[in-house]
Design a protein around this ligand. Structure first.
Ligand code: ADP
Ligand code: MG
Length: 611
């Protein structure tokens, strides 16, 4: 199966050499890859038929294990998405909750995870998840996949978006577009073709809750507001049930982890059944849906409170909401559906599997981008962007929730006589003081001619592209002196670092291939030697001593090279062995024919052999 791009006349984009494009939901708990081709959308499964790839990576010796098989591995890295674009300072607060060791490297702002002494960034770990999905799609499509639309939470800041792009690059994927998860969910439902209006996207995953209000207008989505809780999700349901089992059946606290695994099964079972029952350590344990609902109700109500806040934030009254989309595995819990419906007074859309809806939306967007469609998909910038002005104050240049792409300019002047330079400090966030916000970058505009204070005119322009990534430029108008930087957050990787990683991974790939080819050659040599040895055993008596010695010598030579590392030489000598044995093979053939004739009458032979 191949993805075929069909273009409207005159809309064909520059021909893309090579591979297909896919949509990827790079989730905290699970990740998925989907394809869309002429209205047929499907989530790609692995060979066992699983569509969800647990976002878990384990490093075992030189081997990297991703997904289901990594779950049981010691030191497996989970929830790495939480670290994307984060600095060491950012996560100091949450370090205790993280299931892996963080390297506190003073020289590096970016968080690194200690894996057997190797220091890995979240970007590299995410790249492994993306590589696995890329491979999965390639196997299914029987075609190379080199471009993807990848979804990110609507609140992801510049650093986290950049980190996601870098991860994709490491995985050999060109990012066609980063799309907000709620927007992707809306696309999967084709809400872009619906009447204009406001839609709520409720996303309850494994460890995170997000709610977004989208406004669709002329085929364009705006995120009016987002809210959520980065520590609320299905995992909390599991924990509550596990604690209930301990209390109810008198298990030990040491059993907690094992009980969480059972609790997860119980929870998922209770989405379709009234009761769950199993055995643990000789006891029969059970839970029914009433008890389960009672246990999780406070958590579900927390999500409702958050919806309430987001409504206030976006100045939307719940009566005007046209539709509600449910996203995330945890929205399969009937109580969740019931509470959301009761609060918003509207039956949620659930036709598209809530696990898959984001990936499918991403695939739909990938398809339309690869067709050069100009169906513009608009997102907004999640946080305000501005610069530092006198006194350490933040001056907002692009307010949050501005539809992107966007470009905004602001004029400034010098405040000292003969000032020849100006520092531009770019910050992101909603707070008043610069130090309370995130510092994205700074640069100097130099070469302003000496003038009286207030006479230079410096125009600072912020440009955000469709992926939400920022470029800042500054220009002094009287002289035309100009300076521009693509904002590379200090919490991300420098371009050179990404390049080094790419190079290293390619070098490793080359090592891997070399090792594999050598192994193959050794096996081929083995097969060749065994063939000759068994021939010698049967028909060795045909050979003159000198010829036999030549063959024996060559076998020895091949055996020796088999122990070595030189694959080319090994292959060559195996070929030589074959050549040397040509005459021997001929002799054996003659003998076989003679024996054959001796055992048959002429008529038989005429029947059996086509002369
Ligand atoms: P994320 O977006 O965080 O990667 P997902 O959307 O994949 O996460 O949701 C994972 C969560 O969904 C897990 O807590 C899982 O137990 C829960 N889940 C999956 N299937 C069901 C089900 N049938 N009933 C209840 N919860 C479910
Ligand atoms: Mg998700």
């Amino acid at each position: 199966m191949m993805l075929i791009d069909i273009h409207e006349p005159g809309q064909t984009p520059l021909p893309h050499q090579g591979g297909a494009s896919v949509g990827i939901d790079l989730g905290t708990t699970n990740s998925l890859v989907a394809i869309s081709n002429q209205g047929i959308r499907e989530v790609v499964s692995d060979k066992q038929g699983n569509v969800l790839l647990p976002s878990i990576v384990a490093y075992e010796g030189g081997k990297i294990i991703v997904g289901q098989e990594a779950i049981e591995k010691k030191g497996a890295i989970r929830s790495v998405k939480r670290l994307m674009g984060r600095g060491v300072a950012d996560i100091k607060k949450i370090v205790e909750d993280l299931p892996f060791k963080i390297v506190d490297d003073e020289n590096k702002a970016i968080v690194r995870i200690d894996v057997d002494g190797k220091k890995l960034t979240a970007i590299e770990v995410s790249a492994e998840i993306l590589k696995t999905l890329k491979k999965r799609a390639e196997d299914a499509l029987e075609n190379e996949v080199d471009r993807a639309v990848i979804t990110v939470p609507a609140y992801f800041d510049d650093a986290a978006r950049q980190a996601t792009k870098d991860a994709a690059r490491l995985a050999g994927l060109e990012v066609m577009r980063l799309v907000n998860e709620p927007t992707a969910a809306a696309l999967a439902y084709g809400l872009d073709n619906e009447a204009e209006g406001i839609y709520a996207i409720y996303d309850l995953g494994g460890g995170t809750f997000d709610v977004s209000m989208l406004r669709m207008e002329k085929g364009v989505f705006q995120v009016l507001a987002t809210g959520g809780d980065t520590a609320l999700g299905g995992d909390d349901f599991d924990n509550i049930i596990a604690r209930y089992f301990i209390a109810e059946y008198g298990f030990d606290n040491k059993d907690f982890n094992a009980l969480v695994t059972i609790a997860k099964k119980a929870k998922e079972c209770l989405s379709d059944n009234d009761r769950f029952e199993t055995e643990y350590k000789g006891s029969n344990i059970s839970i029914n849906v009433e008890k389960f609902n009672q246990l999780i109700e406070p958590l579900v109500l927390e999500t409702i409170d958050i919806i309430q806040n987001v409504l206030v934030d976006s100045r939307v009254h719940r009566d005007v909401i046209k539709g509600v989309v449910l996203v995330g595995g945890s929205t399969r819990v009937p109580l969740v559906r019931k509470k959301v419906e009761a609060f918003l007074g509207i039956a949620p859309l659930t036709d598209v599997d809530p696990d898959k809806v984001v990936a499918i939306g991403a695939a739909v967007q990938a398809e339309s981008l690869s067709q050069g469609s100009n169906s513009l998909l608009l997102d907004v910038t999640p946080l305000s962007l501005g610069i530092e002005t006198m006194g350490g104050l933040t001056e907002v240049i692009i307010p949050r929730n501005t539809p992107i792409p966007a470009s905004v300019s602001q004029k400034y002047t010098t405040f000292k006589d003969n000032q020849t330079g100006l520092k531009v400090h770019v910050v992101q966030g909603e707070r008043e003081m610069v130090f309370q916000n995130r510092s994205l970058a700074d640069f100097d505009l130099m070469g302003i001619p000496p003038m009286a204070a207030g006479s230079a005119v410096i125009e600072v322009t912020f440009t955000i592209d469709a992926d939400g990534l920022l470029t800042v430029s500054a220009r002094e108008e009287t002289t035309g002196v100009e300076q521009e930087i693509q904002v590379k957050p200090s919490y991300g990787l420098a371009t050179e670092e990404v390049e080094t990683m790419l190079r290293e991974s390619m070098e490793h790939a080359r090592e891997d291939i070399t090792a594999r080819l050598l192994a193959e050659s050794r096996i081929e040599a083995e097969v060749a030697i065994n063939g000759v040895l068994s021939a010698l055993e049967k028909d060795g008596d045909l050979l003159e001593d000198g010829y036999k010695a030549t063959i024996d010598q060559q076998i020895e030579r091949v055996k020796q090279l088999q122990q070595g590392q030189d694959r080319d030489e090994l292959d060559y000598e195996v070929g030589q062995l074959d050549k040397i044995c040509t005459d021997f093979a001929q002799m054996r053939m003659d003998r076989a024919v003679k024996q054959f004739i001796a055992g048959n009458t002429v008529e038989d032979i005429e029947e059996k052999v086509d002369f």
